[in-house]
Design a protein around this ligand. Structure first.
Ligand SMILES: *[C@@H]1O[C@H](CO)[C@@H](O)[C@H](O)[C@H]1NC(C)=O
Ligand SMILES: *[C@@H]1O[C@H](CO)[C@@H](O)[C@H](O)[C@H]1NC(C)=O
Ligand SMILES: *[C@@H]1O[C@H](CO)[C@@H](O)[C@H](O)[C@H]1NC(C)=O
Length: 397
């Protein structure tokens, strides 16, 4: 009996040890997850330490945004984080975070059920503007967009990206709003890093937040002939020599080619083949070390004309048939005028044939001289005899 009891005690103890061992890897959930928007871009997420852990237990927290699989953050011993969330990054008005406690790294152990927090935008998201883009110029940005609904009253705010108190306080309202046909616009007074701008567009009931698309205006291209070369030049971008790079694409006799110039070089030479038509377009890009923004291509500039074999071929293809048909018409005319010599009158074959049938094979030659004259047939005068009913003819029948 004591042996059996001893066995049970042993089993119970080892089970306890196993449970304890499992619990050692597995932290209880953080609790009381909350969030507070510090402004329309920035949210303060906070939580409380799992119950039953000592203050000095050295636990860390892991955060994972569900929408963003790659993002995994470790927050050593802190019970809050401040995040920038933009509605147009993924086109959403809510985000879900998983938050869990860990001893060291954030490889989420299977047994840990993370605490979950869903964050909603301060106002519902609505796609208020389309094709929003900004052109930078000296210490300001010219931004414009197509409003989704013209009768909505839009207000646009912007600030430098960042989570610190001073970033949050740098929010400004867009200046000097204008309407330019289809597009509306305004000016942002901000420099120098265009990539670090956050924009908020809102109405009384809706909002969107995003990082604006920033483009450079396409360079204005001019082409000049210089000896055997064509010289291309364009207005330099106002980002300074060190930051600007240009790309020129051209087609020569319809075969396209693109070339980059050296950094800050606002011109280029191309060998000129006078038998070819050229079409040039160019764009400006800022170098990687600056902000890495591009312009679209300029309107194409056309220079020269195509004088290729194609052209002589088309001439040949049009002129030769014309000459040939003129010859044919002329020869027909000549043939008609001298037709008596070239083409004597051929007797009507049907007449010859008729004659042959009527006169037999013997005198073919006579047919040419002897014309057919109708022979009058002898006509017997008609005698009408009136016969009475009692006439001898009837009796004979
Ligand atoms: C974020 O929230 C936590 C908890 O409510 C608070 O202690 C902290 O001061 C907040 N941080 C900021 C910058 O508001
Ligand atoms: C701003 O952009 C608009 C539209 O693209 C343009 O018409 C206007 O001239 C620009 N203003 C300045 C000062 O460049
Ligand atoms: C446009 O905005 C006005 C004013 O907010 C609203 O009454 C109207 O329904 C909107 N139109 C559309 C098509 O959303």
């Amino acid at each position: 009996m004591s042996l059996i009891r001893g066995f049970f005690v042993f089993v119970a103890i080892s089970a306890d040890i196993m449970v304890f061992h499992c619990k050692a890897d597995r932290y209880p959930q953080p609790w009381n997850l909350t969030y507070e928007w510090l402004d329309k871009f920035t949210v303060n997420i906070s939580w409380k330490k799992p119950i039953g852990l000592a203050d000095n237990s050295g636990i860390n927290y892991c955060l994972k945004k569900i929408e963003d699989k790659s993002e995994l953050q470790v927050h050593e011993k802190k019970l809050q984080t401040i995040e920038t969330l933009l509605t147009e990054t993924k086109g959403t008005d809510s985000w879900t975070y998983n938050i869990w406690a860990t001893g060291e790294n954030c490889n989420q152990p299977n047994e840990t059920v993370p605490a979950m927090l869903t964050i909603r935008t301060p106002k519902p998201r609505d796609k208020l503007v389309k094709d929003f883009k900004c052109f930078p110029s000296l210490n300001k940005m010219n931004c414009s967009w197509i409003p989704a609904n013209r009768s909505q009253n839009l207000v646009l705010y912007y600030r430098i990206k960042g989570r610190m108190q001073e970033d949050i306080q740098s929010l400004k309202k867009c200046d000097k709003p204008y309407s330019n046909g289809e597009r509306n616009g305004c000016y942002l007074h901000i420099d120098p890093e265009p990539k670090n701008i956050l924009v908020l567009v809102e109405t009384d009931t809706a909002m969107i937040t995003f990082i604006p698309v920033i483009e450079l205006p396409p360079p204005k291209l001019s082409v000049k002939e210089e000896g055997d070369y064509l010289k291309l030049s364009w207005n330099a971008s106002n980002f300074g020599k060190q930051c600007s790079e240009y790309e020129v694409c051209f087609s020569k006799c319809n075969s396209p080619l693109c070339q980059k110039t050296g950094i800050g070089e606002p011109s280029m030479k191309v060998i000129y083949d006078k038998n070819c038509q050229y079409e040039f377009k160019s764009r400006v890009m800022t170098t990687e070390s600056c902000f890495s923004i591009n312009s679209t291509f300029s309107e194409p500039v056309i220079y020269g004309t195509n004088k290729t074999p194609d052209e002589t071929l088309t001439v040949v293809a049009i002129v030769i048939p014309i000459i040939l048909s003129a010859c044919v018409i002329l020869s027909c005319y000549c043939f008609r005028r001298h037709s008596a010599i070239i083409c004597p009158v051929i007797p009507d074959p049907s007449a010859v044939f008729k004659e042959m049938i009527m006169n037999g094979n013997s005198d073919l030659k006579a047919t040419q001289t002897k014309l057919y004259t109708p022979v009058p047939e002898p006509i017997e005068p008609c005698k009408i005899i009136l016969v009475s009913e009692n006439s001898p003819i009837q009796q004979n029948n």
